[in-house]
Design a protein around this ligand. Sequence first.
Ligand code: ARG
Length: 244
Amino acid sequence: MKKLIALMMALMMVLCAAAACADGIKTLEEGKFIYSTSPDFPPFEYIDDDGNIVGIEPELIALICEKIGLAAEPLPMDFEGALEAAQTGKSDAIVSGVTVTEDRKAIYDFTIPYTTIIQAIVSKNGAVTMDNLGSVVIGVQRGTTGHIYAEDDFGDKVVVYDTYSLAFQALQNGQVDCVLLDDAVGNAYIKQIPGLGIQPTTYEVEEYAFGIAKGNTALLDAINAVLAELIEDGTVQAIIDKYM
Ligand code: ARG
């Protein structure tokens, strides 16, 4: 009898792991996964014509959450606010095209990365390149890796905006000469705004992951298990391709 119970318990544990049961996963609000995000970042997260937050990450995280028995709920704000929210317990995670960096690893528990980007320069007709970046005014979004690179290399020539929408308005108005940002997002903006071009940079390749509030290991493990599967079976790539 004891053996049978042990066997059944072992079986349940295996089944539970396979289905990534929501049991034991604690989030801010029961049954919900509240993620802070800055929806100015197409194709990763943006607001559609009906006012919904859509894109690669809302779709991917909703799918992952569904599989672990949680309802994904975006909490929109600017990027710096989104970083802070996951740090100070106002969200369960930041899902916002976040690049994994050493500094951020001390603040969040990152999931496995699911895609990569490089920094790119968007300017009128693509006139600004890595070679003349030092002699122009650069627009960035506050708290991003683009902001960190620009500040480190060309401190006094940098203008900081809370959102990319504002940075691109400034570019169109001639208040900045270029915007330094993730290439996939730069490509999305040049499709929307006529007269802009994009140039690559030589900054290092960046990996995107979801930044889970530090210490929530049950949540991190559950998301990683599903994410690994979705990478493996091609679902992540299919979602990326759908929006690119
Ligand atoms: N990948 C860059 C970073 O982590 C930019 C992210 C900005 N995200 C956004 N949703 N605006 O710093």
